[in-house]
Design a protein around this ligand. Structure first.
Ligand SMILES: [Mn+2]
Length: 361
């Protein structure tokens, strides 16, 4: 089903005559590129794009089936929308209440003629199209080869920041537009910080180092975490004092992936990981969700959380990323992106998840 056909069916269910789409993430499937500027206005009969001079020719070249309107100082958004509203007789108009600022919402209420209805438009992005899955696969492929590159690159004595710079440079060489979020490189005791952005800290032999990063490819994100043992101190990974902690996280991650299938609830997948970590005595050291949906945004709904009762459906893509964090000692997190298939889950990364050492070995 086409994007507009699906959206119009959903708008009918929501009992609105049209919707103003203003967020970058929800405009992207219509525009074919990512921008915070402009608006998409979809009604039962027409689809409009309102955009200023800077984007007009690119939108004209990339889209078809949309009526284009040039935003100008003399013809602002409210004037164009009100004209469309009058021509098409729209009475109830949806908007993205979660994405619009209080100030903009107030202004629209004062200047737009129809009744404005807050719509949870993000819901429509939960099941990915084949085309979207292909783009996310490519974003994941880039992250996957980057993880192996960076494992070989890391040497004791390097700063976390140098590692992050190499990682992001390499992803761009492989076709990424940019990193999908600030790269996390957390070594040694900093590994206990679940979101420890790369710092000046020097990486030391024998420490664990957690890398959490992603590539953005044609507007779609990947998200990947691997924890490595820094070479130069132990001859086998099993000699690391945190080896058992690593194994516990890995077992929890595999148990959660095993629980992913259509019809399973998100909270049951979270429980699969959380119960294993809790049974191993580390329950209080796993203080975040097991995962989240991913797509145009790095973090989308649903979530693998203790409270999310959403039932999984084929075509959803989510991360599975349990972790254990020990203050003063370090931490471990392992994250894959999985596609919910008709029969279970497909992991989109190839890299092994046993505790690997850095360097060429
Ligand atoms: Mn993640």
């Amino acid at each position: 089903m086409s994007l507009l056909t699906e959206l119009r069916g959903w708008l009918r269910q929501q009992q609105v005559d049209g919707v103003i789409i203003s967020s970058r993430q929800n405009k992207l499937p219509h525009l074919g590129f990512s921008t915070a500027s402009g608006y998409v206005l979809v009604t039962q009969h027409n689809a409009h794009i309102l955009v200023d001079f800077r984007y007009f020719s690119e939108v004209a070249a990339r889209t078809h089936g949309y009526q284009l309107h040039l935003l100008e100082a003399s013809r602002p958004m409210s004037a164009i929308v009100n004209q469309i509203v009058a021509e098409e007789g729209l009475q109830r108009l949806g908007f993205e209440g979660e994405q619009v600022s209080w100030q903009t919402g107030k202004q629209w209420q004062d200047t737009l003629t129809p009744k404005l209805i807050n719509l949870p438009l993000d819901e429509l992005r939960q099941i990915k199209t084949g085309e979207e899955i292909a783009l996310i696969r490519e974003a994941c492929r880039i992250a996957d080869i980057t993880a192996e590159h960076i494992r070989r690159f890391i040497q004791p004595g390097m700063q976390e920041r140098e590692v992050a710079a190499e990682l992001e440079w390499f992803m761009k060489q492989q076709g990424a537009e940019k990193a999908s979020f600030d790269t996390i490189v957390a070594s040694g005791a900093r590994g206990a910080l679940p979101h420890g952005k790369a710092s000046d800290k020097v990486i030391v032999a024998g420490e664990l180092v957690t890398l959490d990063f992603g590539a953005q490819y044609q507007g779609y994100c990947s998200d990947m975490t691997r924890t490595f043992l820094v070479a130069g101190r132990y001859s086998h990974a099993s000699e690391s004092p945190l080896y058992q902690v690593y194994q516990t996280v890995l077992e929890a991650q595999l148990a959660a992936i095993e629980a992913v299938r259509p019809g399973a609830s998100c909270q049951s997948v979270d429980a699969a990981a959380r119960e294993h970590i809790t049974r191993s005595g580390y329950g209080p050291n796993f203080g975040h969700n097991t995962g989240h949906a991913i797509g145009i945004d790095v973090h989308e709904n649903p979530r693998f959380s203790p409270t999310d009762t959403t039932l999984l459906r084929a075509g959803m893509l989510l991360t599975v990323e349990p972790g254990i964090y020990l203050a003063g000692e370090g931490g471990v997190r392992i994250e894959d992106v999985v596609l919910v298939t008709e029969s279970g889950a497909e992991v989109l990364y190839q890299m092994p998840k046993t505790l690997l050492m850095t360097g060429e070995a």
